[in-house]
Ligand binder design. Structure first.
Ligand code: BG6
Length: 297
């Protein structure tokens, strides 16, 4: 089923709907409302920025200063970092790649047993992107929306040369108070501290009392994120690296779309393929990065 921006209501069997709304002119958003959850996905960036299981609260952080503009990444939800993570060293290009700034195609949706709805988006190369990245690719994103949330990012090399990507599902989790947050499952992992450039071994659970920007390597699944009120289990596949980020006070003041107190209510735990975990794809091959989030109160 192929749907383009501008289409309105598409009924879901049973209760609810999948609807494409123009949030601003030229800014389509897919709104999903089923008996299991509500969700919103900007077609720019295939960027999920709201996920609310029925009867529960918002699970993802969205900055009060977040911008919803073509070509700009949203500060919150799940930005897709692709085909490179972070700043580019040798060549110019936007931070975290161009996918999160690009207009995807909404391929449509289907309903699975139990009321889960799966939405699919894709991105391919064009003249503008080729100036930044000269390779032929197909990127497919799917969101499986039910009581839980699963995201799959599949990269196809449709070129006749091999190339490499680094990538991340840069998920901003909503937390009650960052100073009560802990992340379990990274104990004993080596990490690069992006703030000092040094590597270290994680001792005990990860906690937050200052800016944190780390790339963990190795066995990064399953993880548990706790904030004193609830817990989310993060199970990933196709990933041997994980980024943990909170900008804290000073860095937040340099991010115009972050807001002053936003850092207290968010933490990013990013399922990734970065550094030594960068993926090289031969012509005709593909790689799947996937994650499933299960919340419990
Ligand atoms: C994290 C990086 O993944 O993303 C940080 O590790 C970076 O270094 C952060 O500051 C936010 O990046 P951006 O480009 O969305 O402001």
């Amino acid at each position: 089923m192929k749907r383009t921006p501008g289409t309105s209501e598409i009924p879901v069997n049973g209760e609810g709907f999948v609807r494409i709304e123009e949030m601003e002119e030229g800014y389509p958003v897919v709104v999903v409302d089923t008996e299991l959850c509500r969700a919103k996905i900007a077609v720019w960036g295939a960027h999920l920025f709201s996920f609310v299981p029925k009867g529960k609260g918002e699970r993802l952080f969205l900055s009060e200063k977040a911008l919803f503009e073509p070509g700009k990444a949203i500060r919150g939800g799940i930005p897709l970092c692709w085909p490179w993570f972070g700043a580019r060293k040798e060549e110019k290009g936007p931070s975290h790649g161009f996918a999160r700034n690009s207009l995807f195609e909404f391929l449509g949706w289907e309903r699975e047993g139990g009321g889960t709805v799966v939405l699919r988006f894709s991105l391919e190369n064009d003249e503008e992107k080729r100036r930044l990245w000269p390779f032929d690719f197909r990127l497919e994103i799917s969101f499986r929306l039910g009581e839980t949330l699963a995201v799959e990012m599949k990269t196809y090399n449709v070129d006749d040369v091999s190339w490499s990507v680094s990538q991340a599902l840069h998920t901003y989790f909503s937390v009650d108070d960052i100073e009560r947050v802990s992340i379990e499952g990274l104990e004993g992992c080596r990490y690069l501290d992006q703030l000092t450039g040094e590597t270290a071994l994680q001792k005990g659970v990860v906690r937050f009392s200052e800016e944190v920007d780390r790339i963990y390597e190795g066995r990064v699944s399953p993880l548990r994120l706790l904030d004193g009120k609830g817990c989310v289990t993060i199970e990933s596949e196709g990933s041997r690296s994980c980024v943990v980020w909170n900008p804290w006070i000073e860095k937040s003041s340099r991010l115009p779309d972050m807001g002053r107190e936003g850092y207290r209510r968010m933490v990013c735990v990013e399922t990734a393929n970065v550094r030594d975990d960068t993926v090289t794809l031969e012509p005709g091959s593909s790689h799947t990065l996937s994650v499933k989030y299960v919340w419990s109160d």
